[in-house]
Write a new protein. Sequence first.
Length: 88
Amino acid sequence: MKKLLVSIYKSSRRDEMYLYVQKQERLQKVPAPLLEVFGKEQHVMDLLLTPERQLARVEADQVINDIETRGFFLQMPPSDLDSQDEQH
């Protein structure tokens, strides 16, 4: 079973935009252009991520795979269409 200790950072520029990275690597593997768009990062929390872990908007397995292959996972804010779907 895969386990990954991750740090989650919140964007200062966009509500509900988050970066998930391996805790020990911090933001080292996140491309500079993305960090520029992301703005000043704000540490939200650290957590042990397993494929079975329930996350609000994304599958934990996808987060783990993206971090292992790309070095990070970017969670985008929900679109207006998603928000409308949740209201109905």
